[in-house]
Ligand binder design. Structure first.
Ligand code: IPM
Ligand code: MG
Length: 366
């Protein structure tokens, strides 16, 4: 069977880590008898440089014509001018919005092998296995008005946190469904003691919970959640929350896993895949950014990108065995003692980006 995958590497380490994920997909295709056809598109700063737009129409078309999208990262100091008409990040936000990818799944699983890479105490990390469902196409990122202007008494800027009922309900349902297939505990995270949008969020979560009597729902304020994530992370199963709360909490949660370089993500919408056994169309990306400081140095950890490819296989293409094979290969490489610098510890074998990719590829072979 042929699967079409759009490859949008972006900026900084984005193309470096994505290239390793592509190699892993090719190896998986060979082993399991699938053809993955890849089409590259420009996005982010590199797209601005080449076309003037952070998400050129051609890129959007390639993404739409594919079964799923593998995304690297965007941004960098070159495009940081506050007066610039567009920013690399606009490309990422636009593709999420245009493809209606409203649910961003960010699993945080602590691998005992990497417990030493986290600054937190190992006993605190034991058994941590949670998923954050971040609302991705609304909230503070997209609300209007959003602008900056000059007043007679100085500069002023506004962002807006706004949600419609159906936007909240559909992402909450993703959280409930996911929890139902796991340990059946859902934490709905908001700031209902201050924000009107959060009070609506909480109300809808409570209403929906009647459809999921088997799932235990608790409401948690975002500041409390931030504290509990490092105090007793084991208590969390599924967390569902507003766009920016989710952005912040997942960087924090990455500390549990030892490195940002380990965390994959899936952004899903309503569009179904059209392959037999296929899941939902989605965009898959590491949760880390373009890390311009280490770009081109061959030291970036490609595992978040590779694990994102595993999520792509599972959730968009319905290829569970293939996804599991990738994840097992990653675990084996780590068990064999190979580490990129971000997860290095004494006595381990330090490797670069491409070598890490090659080691994973090698282990996908039967
Ligand atoms: C993320 C990133 C992005 C976001 C940036 C690059 C726009 O931080 O995916 O978490 O804020 O959503
Ligand atoms: Mg982020």
């Amino acid at each position: 069977m042929e699967y079409k995958i759009a490859i949008l590497g972006g900026d900084g380490i984005g193309p470096e880590v994505t290239a390793e994920a592509v190699k892993v997909l090719q190896a998986i295709g060979k082993r399991f008898g699938h053809t993955f056809s890849f089409r590259q598109g420009l996005v982010g700063g590199v797209a601005i440089d080449n076309t003037g737009s952070a998400l050129p129409p051609e890129t959007l078309r390639i993404a739409r014509e594919s079964d799923s999208v593998l995304f690297g990262a965007v941004g960098g100091p070159r495009w940081d001018d506050p007066k610039a008409p567009t920013r690399p990040e606009d490309g990422l936000l636009a593709i999420r919005k245009q493809l209606q990818l409203f649910a961003n799944l960010r699993p945080v699983k602590v691998r005992p092998l990497l417990a030493g890479a986290s600054p937190l105490k190992p006993d605190l990390l034991e058994g941590v296995d949670l998923v954050v469902v971040r609302e991705l196409t609304g909230g503070l990122y997209f609300g209007r008005p959003k602008r900056r202007w000059q007043t007679s008494r100085g500069r002023r800027a506004v962002d807006t946190l706004s949600y419609k009922e159906d936007e909240i309900a559909r992402v909450l349902r993703v959280g409930f469904e996911l929890a139902r297939g796991r340990r059946k505990r859902l934490a709905s995270v908001d700031k209902a003691n201050v924000l009107a949008s959060s009070r609506l969020w909480r109300e809808i979560a409570t209403e929906l919970s009647r459809d999921y009597p088997d799932v235990e729902l608790r409401h948690l304020l975002v500041d409390t959640c931030a504290m509990q994530l490092v105090q007793r992370p084991r208590d969390f199963d599924v967390i569902v929350t507003e766009n920016m709360f989710g952005d912040i909490l997942t960087d924090e949660a990455a500390v549990l896993a030892g490195s940002m370089g380990m965390l994959p993500s899936a952004s899903l919408g309503t569009r179904q895949g059209d392959k037999p056994g296929g899941g939902r169309f989605g965009l898959y990306e590491p949760i880390h950014g373009s890390a311009p400081d280490i770009a081109g140095k061959e030291i970036a950890n490609p595992l978040a990108a590779i694990l994102s490819a595993a999520m792509l296989l599972r959730l968009s293409l319905g290829l569970e065995r293939e996804a599991a094979a990738v994840e097992t290969s990653v675990d084996t490489v780590l068990a064999d003692g190979y580490r990129t610098p971000d997860i290095a510890s004494p006595g381990m074998k330090q490797v670069g980006t491409q070598e890490m990719g090659r080691l994973v590829v090698e282990r996908t072979r039967p």
